[in-house]
Write a protein that binds this ligand. Structure first.
Ligand SMILES: Nc1nc2c(c(=O)[nH]1)N[C@H]1C(S)=C(S)[C@@H](COP(=O)(O)O)O[C@H]1N2
Ligand SMILES: [Mo]
Length: 485
């Protein structure tokens, strides 16, 4: 068999595999059901070596999720293509039957594993089996002379499906990228606002489609090592004493210069109050939080008792937006975003160290935020004028330790000036800092910022990538100073 023939045999299956993948993608995003696509995606991120995974994430940035989906679609394409290559000419009905059965049970198992309703499982299983196996059978059946019209029809059908599918997937992936949102709002001085407006609050989730929780059926359960398990709806949670708290949230995969950090005013109840109401039973190690998207993570029981740890149902004066975890999310000051579980459904008290979704993939377990400072203005690459007064400013954050002091260098770190600081809106919030600078020399200037936390520790200068403990290093930018004209 020459390579041309091989390609001719590979191609029809590949097309069917791709269409099947796109179909599953649509089921995920429209029906919100877990499919084999999600299972393969989840499994892949778990199997990838930690270093490679971190490198890929660093490279891809906000395109990471769309790229992961495209990669998974490519896998489906390859697998189905190879299947046709192997099966073609030797296809037996029983073999295809066995394949169908395998697929069917696999899909049902996935649906079961992901706790979806039986109807969804049956829908996904039957339609995907029909689509893949039917497609494989048609394209791999020996061509009959009388079947020319049929083949032409089939080709038209597959071609049209492919175009339609690619177009839909393209639109969907663009949306996905926009949903990993990281715009950087700045005020008239070029500084990040003290409280990030909702529209600019960063968004990160592992999902192709985030859960849409039906309030009528949603309940929060508190279970595990408790004397009085609880089951409460949102109204019951809202009727308990409410707490407002300004706190900064940062994703552990944020770079030192990165935009995945925002500050909000959260409204909710203390996790502590709810846990005590359930009467915890010793010995206790972790509090596990499970979510509607099969995400889970834990915080130590001792941390959960901190009055600053909230179950939030509101953000910036509004009901918690869907993308931020409606109806209920965890807010743990000073601990990276991944531990701030969204779309919570269950809280379990356990007597062991529970590894969350991202810990299973190599990220830090304690996830305490690093000392972090960032220059927001001027932007790197800006053109400035000799003698012109420039505001150099940005944010600094060290979680619950707070920021003691910030210094700025305009000569690449040779000399340093203390920055002015605004008092933070809360002990858990970033601070805004600035200096005014009048460049007196033409040429390139290298601006650097560094901060000290409340314990008097200096931000680590050594540059380390976000994985596994959060990025370190000093933020440096270069600006171009030109003579006055
Ligand atoms: N249920 C659930 N919670 C989750 C996640 C998720 O994928 N599923 N992602 C986490 C990560 S990695 C981060 S950085 C924060 C982001 O919260 P935000 O989108 O409200 O900024 O949510 C965390 N909580
Ligand atoms: Mo994150």
């Amino acid at each position: 068999m020459n390579s041309g023939q091989r390609l001719a045999r590979f191609a029809p299956g590949a097309v069917v595999g791709l269409l099947w993948g796109i179909f599953l993608l649509l089921v995920e995003s429209l029906v919100g059901a877990a499919t084999l696509l999600r299972a393969v995606l989840d499994a892949t991120t778990r199997i990838l070596p930690v270093g490679l995974f971190g490198w890929l994430l660093g490279r891809a940035e906000s395109a990471a999720k769309p790229l992961a989906v495209v990669g998974t679609l490519a896998m489906f394409t390859l697998v189905a293509g190879v299947l046709t290559l192997v099966l073609r000419g030797r296809a037996r009905t029983w073999l295809l039957g066995a394949l169908a059965l395998l697929l069917w049970s696999g899909t049902v198992w996935v649906a079961y594993e992901y706790g979806e309703a039986l109807t969804t499982a049956l829908f996904v299983a039957s339609s995907s089996t029909f689509f893949l196996v039917g497609g494989l059978w048609i394209v791999s059946a020996e061509a009959q002379p009388s079947s020319r019209t049929r083949r032409r029809l089939l080709r038209t059908f597959l071609g049209a499906g492919l175009v339609l599918g690619l177009a839909t997937a393209g639109r969907f992936l663009t949306g996905l990228r926009a949903r990993s949102r990281a715009p950087r709002a700045v005020d008239e001085r070029g500084l990040s606002p003290a409280i990030t407006p909702l529209a600019d609050f960063y968004v990160v989730s592992k999902n192709v489609a985030d859960p849409e929780v039906d309030l009528a059926r949603w309940r929060l359960r508190v279970i595990g090592r408790v004397r009085r398990p609880l089951e409460l709806d949102l109204a019951a949670l809202r009727s308990r004493p409410a707490v407002r708290m300004v706190s900064t949230l940062e994703c552990i995969s944020n770079d030192v210069w990165g935009p995945y950090i925002s500050t909000g005013e959260w409204i909710g109840l203390r996790l502590r109050d709810l846990l005590l109401e359930a009467e915890p039973v010793d010995p206790l190690v972790d509090v596990v939080l499970r979510a509607a998207d099969e995400y889970s993570d834990s915080i130590p029981f001792s941390v959960a008792l901190d009055p600053a740890v909230l179950l939030a149902y509101g953000l910036n004066g509004e009901s918690l937006p869907r993308e931020h975890g409606f109806p209920l999310r965890l807010v743990v000051p000073g601990i990276y975003g991944m531990k701030n579980v969204k779309w919570i459904t269950e809280i379990e008290l356990v007597d062991f160290d529970y590894l969350g979704y991202w810990q299973q993939r190599g990220w830090s377990d304690s996830a305490i935020v690093q000392i972090h400072s960032r220059i927001d203005t001027p932007r790197g690459g800006s053109v400035l004028t000799v003698g012109q007064e420039v505001l150099v400013g940005g944010i600094a954050f060290a979680g619950t330790r707070g920021i003691q002091r910030v210094e700025v260098s305009v000569d690449g770190g040779a000399t340093w000036r203390p920055a002015e600081m605004e008092s933070p809106l809360s002990p858990y919030s970033w601070v805004r800092w600035w200096i005014t600078w009048r460049p007196d020399q033409e040429g390139r200037a290298r601006l650097v910022v560094r901060a000290w936390d409340g314990d008097g520790r200096l931000q680590e200068e050594r540059e380390r990538p976000p994985l596994p403990d959060g990025a370190t290093g000093w933020h440096r930018i270069t600006v171009d100073v030109r003579a006055r004209t």
